[in-house]
Write a protein that binds this ligand. Structure first.
Ligand code: ARG
Length: 457
């Protein structure tokens, strides 16, 4: 029997029950649902709809139910369609007629919207926290290799030398934007839907402001229909998590390249690599591949929910129950991805010699030669053309660019530019990849990190 069976003459068909029940996945919302119910009960008391004694009894009952969930003693009954009904059914078992008052002036529609906002509000903060930890790990790895550099790439072709710390900080900045986005979403979702009822409020004298304050929401809803039908906050959270996932995927792709024998820029620790069931020599960067692979699933969760929402008329529709599994899945997966990638970076050995040798490729100095000409007043396009001809000559004759420059009458004055490591030192403009610009950048990054951590609280 369900809590709404009064209107029906036959019980629900098994096939509909199986389609309809959500307890099997939404039971993880119990703590936030109970939090919402406790505020609701206190709101009912302040509206004069429950006596002080009734309110007290219900609060104790809800605490007991929370305790039962914590200890694993809570038993689902046959008609418990979802977490909300399970808790109300149990409250009524414990507190009798007083328990039967708990759903006064409330619908599952405003209840589930409230519960899910409370849950998501906590979840985005936890994802933000773990993302900050990865950012800190990236900064730490950079600091472990002061002065280390590697080629920076465009089109996956060697382009210009960059400090390792600069390279890792590039990832840190993108992850920091993700944290900011998660915190923005948290602010936007911090509106209480409780008191909207099924869709149109209630004739009873409740004050949504009271429950909103009790639950630490910024303010209560303004429009009851919007309150029960809005799942923007779930979509936004799924996007923000997918974006973290996309960043982890790009980082993962890079780790796969770096740890290949072809690049050999880095090795991951034995504790963050996997072997092959057949090939004894293999040491695979599965951690990075899984980060890359799982990001597809995060995008799928976002896409799935957006499609679910697309055709829905106001206000609550049962389709909305489909918001939960993608949300829970994305949260679970991003935690796994973030903590494994953090560990992988911290376990990484960076092969400075190999990476620096690659970055000392003399073709990477071509732009510096052109820029020297610019300093002497040659228009850049002409300088580019001249150096381009030297590059073509070097390629044609199988010589290094330094050799060609040193033996050219006009260019011999620039031979010193080819000293190993010196091109990196010349990347001095603000925000550039060389050591001179690095201090300012790392100051800015640390300041931004501090501000964002402060926002997280
Ligand atoms: N389990 C439902 C959900 O997740 C709760 C709301 C049910 N409301 C309703 N009118 N059937 O959306």
């Amino acid at each position: 029997m369900t809590l709404w069976s009064g209107r029906f003459s036959t019980p629900m068909a098994r096939a509909l029950w199986d389609l309809s029940e959500s307890y099997s996945f939404d039971h993880i919302l119990y703590a936030h649902d109970i939090m919402g119910s406790k505020a609701h009960v206190r709101g009912l008391e302040s509206a004069g709809l429950l006596s002080a004694e009734e309110c007290q009894l219900l609060l104790e009952t809800l605490d007991q139910i929370a305790q039962e969930f914590e200890s694993g003693a809570f038993v689902r009954a046959e008609g418990d369609e979802d977490i909300h009904m399970a808790i109300e059914r149990r409250a009524t078992e414990i507190a009798g007629d007083v328990g039967a008052k708990i759903h006064t002036a409330r619908s599952r529609n405003d209840q589930v919207a409230t519960t899910l906002r409370l849950f998501t509000r906590d979840a985005v903060a936890a994802v933000a926290q773990d993302t900050l930890e990865l950012i800190n790990a990236l900064i730490e790895v950079g600091a472990q290799h002061p002065g280390a550099y590697l080629p920076g790439y465009t089109h996956l072709q060697r382009a210009q030398p960059v400090l390792l710390a600069h390279h890792l900080n590039a990832h840190a900045w993108s992850l920091l934007r993700d944290v900011e986005r998660l915190l923005d979403a948290r602010e936007r979702m911090n509106i209480s839907p409780l008191g909207a009822g099924a869709l149109a409020g209630t004739s009873l004298p409740i004050q949504p402001q009271v429950t909103s304050d009790l639950l630490g929401f910024r303010e209560p809803f303004a429009n009851s229909m919007d309150a029960v039908s809005d799942r923007d906050f779930v979509a936004e959270t799924l996007f923000d998590i997918a974006m973290v996932g996309i960043h982890l995927s790009r980082m993962g792709e890079e780790l796969v390249l770096w740890t290949s024998a072809e690049f050999n820029f880095a090795t991951l620790g034995d504790d963050f690599t996997t072997g092959s069931s057949m090939l004894p020599q293999k040491k695979n960067s599965d951690v990075a591949e899984l980060a890359r692979g799982k990001s597809g699933r995060l995008v799928g969760n976002l896409t799935g929910l957006l499609v679910t929402l697309k055709g829905l008329p106001l206000s609550y529709n049962r389709d909305l129950q489909e918001d939960k599994e993608p949300l829970f899945d994305s949260i679970k997966q991003i935690f796994l991805m973030l903590s494994a990638m953090t560990g992988a970076y911290l376990s990484m050995t960076f092969n400075e010699g190999v990476a620096q040798f690659a970055a000392d490729d003399q073709f990477l100095v071509a732009i510096d030669v052109a820029e020297k000409l610019v300093e002497q007043g040659v228009p850049f396009r002409q300088a580019h053309e001249k150096v381009g001809r030297l590059v073509a000559e070097a390629v044609r004759e199988g010589k290094s660019l330094g050799e060609v420059v040193a033996t050219d009458e006009e260019f011999a004055q620039f031979a010193h530019l080819f000293a190993a490591g010196s091109a990196l030192q010349r990347r001095t403009s603000p925000g550039a990849s060389g050591p001179l610009a690095a201090d300012e950048q790392s100051e800015r990054l640390l300041a931004a990190l501090k501000a964002t951590s402060g926002r997280l609280g």
